[in-house]
Design a protein around this ligand. Structure first.
Ligand SMILES: Nc1ncnc2c1ncn2[C@@H]1O[C@H](COP(=O)(O)OP(=O)(O)OP(=O)(O)O)[C@@H](O)[C@H]1O
Length: 246
């Protein structure tokens, strides 16, 4: 169980998140939506414990403990794993070398061969990591590396941006599999094609809409997608403000 309570976060002295709360139960998949610059990556980066993300107030409770003051490596060790929106190139290291180094920490890659197969990454094993890879290939490798770390909480920041339909469907299968295996997933996404397919399979437990650092709405995917089509992000935020004023 991951519980975010009244989280207020500053980056470089600027207040980005202004009181976010959400509860994600074991084996649940929650989606974070919102316009560019709303604070979605900031929320994931703060949960992961990245530097520069200063929690001004509020708490992040994981397995009954407030982890706000715990360093990144301790959170990672407890199973909180972040897949970056823009994975860096690691010159001189092949995927095979990285996987074998990670095996010493996390255990045999055979246990997660299902992910290598779905994401079709074995053909990249002898290539230098991320160098010259297309956007979609990088996304697949990054998601595989996330799964190699055996996440209990997978923080997935737009694993689907800029990828083709076939890759989207591979990512969909991975998400279904993660949920089946009891991994708690927080997915930031703008890709309605993927989100509607996941909703149709009842894979999404909750959708949260963040606008300008505030939670404008939370609810089941069908309801939120309907609201989005009718009112857009801004309309939802204004509705939330009116309701909040009542
Ligand atoms: N290191 C930083 N320094 C200054 N401002 C930052 C930093 N990181 C984030 N911000 C600002 O915080 C705001 C929220 O950024 P964030 O990346 O969380 O948005 P997002 O909702 O993930 O957007 P997108 O959909 O475009 O990825 C933006 O205005 C961004 O410029």
């Amino acid at each position: 169980m991951l519980s975010v309570r009244d989280l207020v976060v500053e980056v470089e002295g600027r207040r980005i998140l202004q009181g976010i709360s959400m509860d994600i139960g074991p084996g649940e998949l929650h989606v974070i939506m919102g316009p560019n610059g709303a604070g979605k990556s900031t929320l994931l980066n703060t949960i992961a414990g990245l530097r520069h993300y200063k929690v001004v107030s509020g708490s992040i409770i994981f397995q009954g403990i407030n982890i706000v003051n715990k360093p990144l490596y301790e959170r990672a060790r407890s199973g909180i794993v972040l897949a970056h929106q823009f994975p860096p190139a690691l010159k001189g290291l092949t995927l095979r070398e990285l996987v074998s180094a990670m095996e010493r920490i996390y255990g045999s890659a055979r246990d997660v061969e299902w992910a290598a197969d779905i994401l079709d990454v074995k053909k990249f094993m002898d290539r230098p990591l991320f160098v010259g890879m297309s956007g979609g290939e990088r996304k697949r490798v990054e998601l595989y590396l996330t799964i190699l770390q055996r996440p209990r909480v997978a923080l997935l920041d737009e694993p689907d941006s800029g990828v083709d339909i076939e890759t989207l469907e591979r990512i969909e299968e991975v998400l279904v599999e993660l949920k089946k295996r009891g991994v708690l997933v927080l997915l930031v996404s703008h890709t309605m094609y993927l989100l509607e397919r996941l909703a149709a399979r009842n894979i999404i437990d909750n959708v949260h809409v963040i606008v300008a650092g505030r939670l404008a709405a939370s609810g089941d995917p069908k309801k939120i997608f309907e609201m989005l089509k009718e009112a857009g992000f801004q309309g939802i935020a204004e509705g939330a403000r009116v309701r909040g004023d009542d």
